[in-house]
Design a protein around this ligand. Structure first.
Ligand SMILES: Nc1ncnc2c1ncn2[C@@H]1O[C@H](COP(=O)(O)OP(=O)(O)O)[C@@H](O)[C@H]1O
Ligand SMILES: [Mg+2]
Length: 242
């Protein structure tokens, strides 16, 4: 069978990685540079996952421990902080398990997503005690969802909440998980400065959200709320939840 064209002149398809070198004895007709390109992409995906799912909760945990060291407070306060640290260790362990399962292409039904989102919001609140954070879960949101989908939802919420606080300077952030008809929605609304009439220029964060939504067969809309602030809405087909 003819290889995809390697020419790059106008109109021709340029497939990076399919370089014009002969296949080098791997018996599959794959070029070394194509294999190297695949390996690079897999490594990049693993690096992203380890950063998001493991390194971030561990970094947050260190901050809490540092804070306890500076000012332990009374026994009740210490116990509350130990609870937070335990949540973060669980999140990191869970993240690591997910990365390993992903690498082995295993998937399971996860009944802990809402709890982990709640834990995530509690950690944000711990670091920014003056924020008003609210999580609303519609009764039709399933109790257990496919683990990979749950992970995308968690990362989307994490980034959107970070943006609301960091870029929007929001004091109030609402996170909603909804199911309406055949669609499921993750909506993060804030009362921050909004987009101030600017077109959003996606950085790594929104790009990641967009990629995750696309992988789930859904779409993302980011816009101003009529009463100020920003709303990010990710809509996916209900059946992808599991
Ligand atoms: N909730 C928000 N409120 C105000 N501006 C936002 C919000 N979310 C995103 N933005 C805007 O979109 C831009 C891109 O966000 P993002 O892709 O997450 O990039 P970054 O990596 O800079 O966080 C931000 O620089 C900001 O201008
Ligand atoms: Mg961001």
């Amino acid at each position: 069978m003819a290889q995809p064209t390697l020419k790059t002149e106008a109109g021709a398809m340029d497939l990076p990685g399919l370089a014009a070198e002969p296949s080098e004895g791997n018996g599959l007709g794959l070029s070394r540079s194509l294999l190297a390109d695949c390996e690079r992409r897999v490594r990049a995906a693993v690096a992203r996952d380890l950063h998001d799912r493991v390194a971030q909760p561990l970094a947050a945990l260190l901050m809490v421990l540092e804070d306890v060291k500076q000012d332990p407070g009374d026994r009740r306060r210490v116990i509350r902080r130990i609870d937070t640290v335990q949540d973060q260790v669980r999140t990191a362990l869970f993240g690591l398990r997910e990365v390993l399962c992903d690498l082995r292409e295993q998937e399971w039904l996860d009944d802990g997503l809402v709890g982990r989102i709640r834990g995530e919001l509690e950690t944000v609140l711990y670091q920014h005690p003056h924020l008003r954070l609210r999580l609303t879960v519609s009764p039709r949101w399933p109790a257990a969802i496919r683990s990979r989908v749950g992970d995308h939802v968690l990362q989307i919420v994490r980034e959107a909440v970070h943006n609301a606080r960091f870029h929007g300077g929001a004091t109030g952030i609402d996170v909603a998980l909804r199911v309406t008809g055949r669609r499921a929605e993750v909506v993060v609304s804030d009362d921050g400065r909004g987009l101030e009439g600017r077109r959003v220029r996606p950085g790594m964060g929104l790009l990641g959200i967009h990629e995750r939504a696309t992988l789930l067969g859904g779409r993302v809309v980011v816009g101003e709320r009529p009463d100020g602030g920003t709303r990010l809405r990710v809509t996916v087909p209900r059946e992808v939840l599991g």
